[in-house]
Design a protein around this ligand. Structure first.
Ligand code: PMT
Length: 219
């Protein structure tokens, strides 16, 4: 790693969760804090890249040196914000995008009536998969995979199905990695290889992931 080894590269990073509203007071979301994606954005900017950070609802300060931070709430808004940033050299999808959203958002607070409530959910747009086949596809498309078990099986499945260049897989549901914690451990998979990174602080892993991307796609 050198101080400005990403100089001239345009990198779009997504981070944090998306919230899919059920009514004006409730939503479907997950436990992402945004720390992993923000660490990647900060490291890339420090190394000279022009970085656009598309962030879901998080309570993190904007890292120094970014070209732009775009705050969004839902998967649909995140998709629009990311696609609007293409073309780019690299897209890194660290956001934990909700896979399903309520089919309809109730205009008023849903009142408690019956013992059970059934919500109709619809799939959200798959931003990573769309970026990977877009006419303005970045040179390098990197996804994440958050898994509780069979990490390699599911990560390699996403690598193939979403047509991305690399998948950085992390274990969730255990302490010291994945959501919310300051530390993480990644196994990065590509078609004919893999590399284990960490366990380490997310700030250090961000630099190691960028090193790996640079090593495989030198300028
Ligand atoms: O934010 P932190 O608290 O620091 O936690 C970090 C993290 C655990 C959120 C992060 O390291 C991580 O794993 N991010 C991806 C989480 C996730 O949603 O994984 P997934 O396996 O469900 O999705 C696979 C990939 O597809 C991801 O790159 C995701 O951004 C993308 N995706 C998923 C669904 C969707 N509708 N659109 C997408 O782009």
């Amino acid at each position: 790693m050198s101080a400005a080894d990403l100089s001239g590269r345009r990198i779009v990073v997504s981070a944090g969760p998306t919230f899919e509203d059920i009514d004006p007071v409730r939503f479907i979301g997950n436990r992402s804090s945004g720390k992993m994606g923000f660490a990647i954005a900060e490291a890339a900017a420090r190394r000279g890249a022009q970085v656009v950070l598309v962030a879901g609802p998080v309570s993190l300060p904007t890292p120094p040196g970014l070209q732009q931070r775009v705050d969004v709430r839902s998967a649909r808004q995140m998709r629009e914000a990311v696609i609007a940033q293409l073309p780019a050299d690299v897209y890194i999808g660290a956001a934990a995008v909700a896979d399903y959203a309520p089919a309809e958002v109730a205009p008023g607070k849903i009142k408690k009536k019956d013992e059970q409530l059934t919500l109709a959910l619809v799939r959200t747009p798959d931003i990573l998969a769309e970026v990977a086949v877009h006419a303005r596809r970045p040179t390098v498309v990197v996804g994440f995979a958050a898994e509780t078990h069979d990490v390699e099986f599911y990560a390699r499945g996403k690598l193939e199905k979403k047509k991305v260049d690399m998948i950085a897989a992390n274990r969730v549901g255990v302490s010291g990695s994945g959501f919310e914690s300051d530390d993480n451990a990644l196994t990065v998979y590509w078609l004919d290889g893999e590399r284990a990174l960490g366990p380490a602080p997310k700030t250090a892993l961000a630099d190691q992931l960028l090193d790996l991307i640079l090593a495989r796609w030198p300028a």
